[in-house]
Design a protein around this ligand. Structure first.
Ligand code: AMP
Length: 190
C-alpha cells in the first residue's frame, strides 16, 4: 500500500499528476481543495464555512480540514492507498494525519514535492483561471496571498517529513509525462 503526500505550491501541477497516479497505482485521490469545492457546490454547512477562507486564499481552520479528511479515510474501503493532494498544509495537519493513519495500522510512504518557480506558478494559475471558475484563480492579489500562505504556513510541512527521512523533491517544470516519470520512479523506490 502506498500513502503519498503530493506537495507543492498552488499551480505546481498536483491535481494533474494525481489524476495520472491514481490510474497507474489504483490509489484513492484525496484532494481537500476538491472536497471543499464539492461541499461549496452542494451548499452544505461545511461548504459555507470554508467559502470565506477559500475565496480569500486563506487556509480553512485545521480542525475543520482534519475532520473532513478523517471521514474520507474512514469511508474508503478496498484501496491500494491514498494520494493526499493539498493536504497536509500545516504541521498540525501532518501530525493529525500520522495519527489517523496509525490508528488504521498505516503510515505515509513519502512526500513528493513538485518544485516550480514562483513566476511560473502565477502564469499557470492565471491560465487555469480562464476555465476553472475558481474565484481564487482570478486576480493577482488572491494568487499572491495563496503563494504567501504556502510559504509561511505550508512549507514547514516539508521539514516535518524531511525529519522522518520521507521527503523528496522533483522538478515540476517541463513535460507532464517527464514529471510523471520522475514521480513514478520515486514511488517505485518505496
Ligand atoms: P487547493 O485546491 O488545494 O488549491 O485548495 C483551495 C483552497 O481550499 C485553499 O486555498 C484553502 O482555502 C482551502 N484548502 C484546501 N486544502 C486545505 C488544507 N489542507 N488546509 C486548509 N485549507 C485548505
Amino acid at each position: 500500500m502506498y500513502n503519498i503526500v503530493l506537495f507543492g505550491p498552488p499551480g505546481a501541477g498536483k491535481g494533474t499528476q494525481s489524476e495520472k497516479l491514481i490510474q497507474k497505482y489504483g490509489l484513492t485521490h484525496l484532494s481537500t481543495g476538491d472536497l471543499f469545492r464539492k461541499h461549496l457546490g452542494e451548499g452544505t454547512e461545511l461548504g459555507l464555512l470554508a467559502k470565506k477562507y477559500m475565496n480569500e486564499g486563506h487556509l480553512v481552520p485545521d480542525e475543520v480540514v482534519i475532520r473532513m479528511v478523517e471521514e474520507k479515510i474512514n469511508e474508503t474501503k478496498n484501496t491500494e492507498g491514498f494520494i493526499f493532494d493539498g493536504f497536509p498544509r500545516t504541521t498540525a495537519q501532518a501530525e493529525a494525519l500520522d495519527e489517523m493513519l496509525a490508528h488504521n495500522g498505516l503510515s505515509i510512504s513519502g512526500m513528493i514535492a513538485l518544485d516550480v518557480p514562483e513566476e511560473t506558478l502565477k502564469i499557470r494559475i492565471k491560465e487555469r483561471g480562464k476555465t476553472s471558475n475558481r474565484v481564487d484563480d482570478q486576480d493577482d492579489e488572491k494568487i499572491n496571498t495563496r503563494i504567501k500562505v504556502y510559504l509561511d504556513e505550508t512549507l514547514p510541512v516539508a521539514d516535518y517529513y524531511s525529519k522522518q527521512g520521507k521527503f523528496q523533491k522533483i522538478n515540476g517544470v517541463g513535460e507532464i509525462e517527464q514529471i510523471f516519470k520522475d514521480i513514478t520512479s520515486v514511488i517505485d523506490s518505496y
